[in-house]
Design a protein around this ligand. Structure first.
Ligand code: NAD
Ligand code: UDP
Length: 335
């Protein structure tokens, strides 16, 4: 399925993060050499500790918002001395960015830089050095903002506040997509964009503030679950192994240059339903005391669900792990 990956050298930015550490695992399994770049702003070394001894895995500790000459050229020069046949870039998967709303709001400058300047720097590097390489940009369902159409299809342009608390992320991802489009049209690079919807699974941080790690952690500690607003807002959750399969297909398949594709699980839940389900799985019961309501954060999207017909058609991909099964695996990890 992933023949393209065998023997390729792939740069994964944000490689120590939740999603990209799973991508590193899958790339190595498919026979690729992986250069993971991370500055550990939100990622954790333990996510990739099991890979550090592998011959085909390389970790570069750097900020991908700085010029590539300052870290990538330096690293590839070293690699040329030890493994010259692998010292090249066949593809870049740009996943570096804080992704949790409270965390990107704590690091707004870092967040807009990595998605804008970081994307520009990496694409400029490819254009100069490896114009045949592929570039995959991890965009997000957040580009749809608080969507006026439901479910969200790729041709919907979104409803985004350009100057609100979430804008450092939403608008930076939108600019990242713009930069991808420029390098596709003006420089004919093979650039692919995925819009990832809420994803969950092992290696998420229990303190990262996103809904599922927060609820699972609270339920395990026998604390009340903090539901924001009235809990009627919806999200659709994709288990990480499903997402990673879709991502590798997006990178590997021929003929997808210039495409933008939603990746997510269309199974939709309200936040309150999510809280009840987590309580039931972990504590077997739900009472009024173990759910508390708190203020809804600014610009919190009221509903979100991907239309994945394009992924089904072009990638022959759809998620397989149902929510209960995925939650059970994540809960095991959190225990
Ligand atoms: P994460 O915070 O676990 O991982 C991000 C990684 O990027 C971390 O290891 C972090 O240290 C690293 N990083 C951030 N800025 C960096 C920089 N300037 N230089 C080098 N490394 C840097 O988040 P995640 O959930 O794994 O998300 C990964 C990507 O997927 C992000 O681009 C995010 O926007 C996108 N995404 C994720 C979801 C989701 O539900 N998980 C949804 C939509 C989009
Ligand atoms: N949420 C919540 N309680 C929490 C954390 C999040 O009710 O402790 C809600 C949040 O307001 C949003 C949804 O859960 O409506 C998903 O939030 P998350 O931060 O995971 O990511 P988002 O999808 O908003 O980017």
């Amino acid at each position: 399925m992933f023949e393209y990956l065998n023997g390729k050298t792939i740069l994964v930015t944000g490689g120590a993060g939740f999603v990209a550490s799973h991508i590193c695992d899958a790339l190595l399994e498919a026979g690729a050499t992986v250069i993971a770049v991370d500055n550990f702003i939100t990622g954790r070394r333990e996510n990739i500790a099991h890979l550090e001894e592998q011959e085909n895995f390389h970790l570069v500790e750097a900020d991908v918002s700085i010029p590539t000459a300052d870290y990538l050229d330096v690293f590839l020069d070293q690699m040329r001395a030890t493994a010259p046949e692998k010292a090249k870039i066949d593809a870049i998967m740009h996943f570096a960015s804080p992704a949790s709303p409270p965390v990107y709001q704590e690091y707004p400058v870092e967040t807009y830089l990595v998605n804008s300047l970081g994307t520009h720097n990496l694409l400029t590097y490819l254009e100069k050095n490896y114009p045949e390489a592929r570039f995959l940009f991890a965009s997000t369902s957040e580009v749809y903002g608080d969507p006026a159409i439901h479910p969200q299809k790729e041709d919907y342009w979104g409803n985004v506040n350009p100057n609100g608390e979430r804008s450092c992320y939403d608008e930076a991802k939108r600019l990242g997509e713009t930069i991808c489009g420029v390098f596709t049209r003006k420089f004919q690079l093979d650039v692919r964009i995925i819009r990832i919807f809420n994803t969950y699974g092992p290696r998420m941080r229990d303190d990262d503030g996103r809904i599922l790690p927060t609820f699972i952690n609270q339920a395990l500690q026998k604390e009340a679950l903090t539901v924001y607003g009235d809990g009627k807002q919806t999200r659709s959750y994709c288990y990480v192994s499903d997402l990673v399969k879709g991502i590798l297909l997006m990178l590997s398949k021929e003929g997808l240059a210039g495409q933008t594709i939603n990746l997510g699980n269309p199974d939709e839940y309200t936040v309150l339903e999510t809280a009840v389900l987590v309580q039931k799985i972990i504590n077997d019961s739900v009472t009024q005391e173990n759910i508390i309501f708190k203020n809804l954060p600014a610009d919190d999207p009221t509903r979100r669900k991907p239309d994945i017909s394009k992924a089904i058609e072009l990638l022959n991909w759809q998620p397989e792990v149902d929510f209960r099964t995925g939650l059970a695996k994540m809960i095991e990890y959190f225990k």
